[in-house]
Design a protein. Structure first.
Length: 174
């Protein structure tokens, strides 16, 4: 763990304020769910809760199915991390932090085929010429996204399959 040097008091209701600088750095939004853990040395650990992340095997299975159906690379992420990836150059992305550009694209909350490929993870090249990106929205909240990637053109049918995958995943989270 990395020390921040920031100290906060617990108020009468048991609350602790997470400083704005840390919320901004960690991209924590108001209303975001956090998991609370204890460690063997009686420390508390807060971690962003990802309902999608708790089903990482499920995400990988969806990616594999999308790749089999389309012949294209597929990536499923929550709002922070790649949870599943399938296709020749994408498997190694699982567990990597998504790029700010992908997060911003997902946060627009519209399915899109960007003019130029969006970097999927930080510090790694895109690895494809075409993408179709569909955000995962559950109850009005952004949970993540599904990305279909290929050097070949992504057809309207393949884009609909990508949207279908996002809809099915969102339905399981409701």
């Amino acid at each position: 763990m990395k020390e921040t040097g920031i100290v906060r008091r617990i108020d009468e209701l048991g609350r602790v304020v997470i400083p704005k600088e840390l919320r901004k750095t960690l991209k924590l939004k108001e209303g975001e769910q956090m998991e609370i853990f204890t460690t063997g040395d009686k420390s508390l650990v807060l971690r962003r809760y990802s309902a999608l992340g708790s089903g990482a095997d499920f995400s990988q299975a969806y990616c594999d199915a999308l790749t089999r159906a389309t012949g294209k690379g597929a990536v499923i992420c929550d709002s922070v991390t790649v949870l599943g990836a399938s296709g020749a150059s994408f498997r190694g992305l699982v567990g990597e932090e998504i790029s700010d550009k992908l997060y911003k694209t997902l946060d627009d909350r519209k399915a899109c085929a960007p003019d130029s490929p969006v970097q999927i993870v930080r510090d790694k090249p895109v690895g494809c010429k075409n993408q179709h990106i569909v955000p995962l929205i559950v109850g009005g909240d952004l949970y993540g996204g599904v990305v279909l990637c290929s050097d070949a053109t992504i057809s309207a049918t393949e884009a609909r399959l990508c949207a279908l995958a996002a809809d099915l995943i969102a339905a399981t989270l409701e």
